[in-house]
Ligand binder design. Structure first.
Ligand code: AP5
Length: 216
């Protein structure tokens, strides 16, 4: 099964995508995670991408499509795309890629959350510098403040989670990514809207119901 998780920064795409991987064994491809890995490794791509990411802007489409094409060549199971596509050009690129690979797209899942809640969530997000597990000081705190439950690593604030950058990311979402909703609604793939402004378990239960229906 191939799914797209669409939604603004902080909507819970990463959180829910990880749960879908756990529950259904589908691979999560997060372009944000791929880019952060390249930044950590200091590759030329990572060095170029960092200035866009730190400013809350989108990394150029050709870079993103190259990354996804490369990962997809190594994945032969179902995939949930998290944070990709983010522009119409990326959506068209994904359509071509899936057609080349003979794999259909089954659904687009749009997670909707109010802007002020998004700003609050992202201000509270903490990420383990060692293993990448995500926490939230308001909604999902670690057992010991500042330390990862899984590996004991230090929890850090993502560089693009400052309030100004979050607001820029939200504008970029409205201008460049939200048009994808109309793009997909005009096409053959169903678009399911999930109210993400609820506790994580409630959102996860809706997604599980949806996936069970899609798999039936
Ligand atoms: P990316 O990493 O994709 O960031 P994003 O889309 O802005 O999404 P986030 O990771 O901020 O949020 P999320 O929806 O995954 O929420 P999460 O589950 O973490 O991209 C970063 C940057 O990389 C971009 O700005 C861009 O520069 C570049 N980039 C990436 N992909 C690109 C592409 N395709 N094209 C071009 N550029 C690209 O949750 C957030 C917080 O809320 C967490 O603390 C979590 O614990 C908490 N939370 C989650 N759900 C709930 C809930 N239901 N209730 C309360 N708290 C919750």
């Amino acid at each position: 099964m191939h799914l797209i998780l669409l939604g603004p920064p902080g909507a819970g795409k990463g959180t829910q995508g990880a749960l879908l991987t756990e529950r259904y064994g589908i691979v999560r491809i997060s372009t944000g995670d791929l880019l952060r890995e390249a930044v950590r490794e200091g590759t030329p791509l990572g060095r170029d991408a960092k200035r866009f990411m730190d400013a809350g802007e989108l990394v150029p489409d050709d870079v993103i499509l190259g990354l996804v094409r490369d990962v997809m060549s190594r994945v032969d199971s179902g995939v949930v795309f998290d944070g990709f596509p983010r522009t119409i050009a990326q959506a068209v690129g994904l359509e071509r890629l899936l057609a080349d690979l003979g794999r259909p797209l089954h659904a687009v899942i749009l997670i909707e959350v109010d802007d002020e809640e998004l700003v609050r969530r992202l201000a509270g997000r903490r990420v383990c510098a060692e293993c990448g597990v995500t926490y939230n000081v308001h909604f999902q705190p670690p057992r010991a403040p500042g330390a990862c439950d899984e590996c004991g690593g230090t929890l850090v604030v993502r560089p693009d989670d400052s309030e100004d950058t979050v607001r820029r990311r939200l504008s970029v979402y409205r201008e460049q990514t939200a048009p994808l909703i109309g793009h997909y609604r005009a096409g053959p793939v169903p678009v399911h809207v999930v109210d993400g402004d609820r506790p994580m378990d409630a959102v996860a239960a809706d997604l599980a119901e949806l996936l069970d229906a899609l798999r039936a």
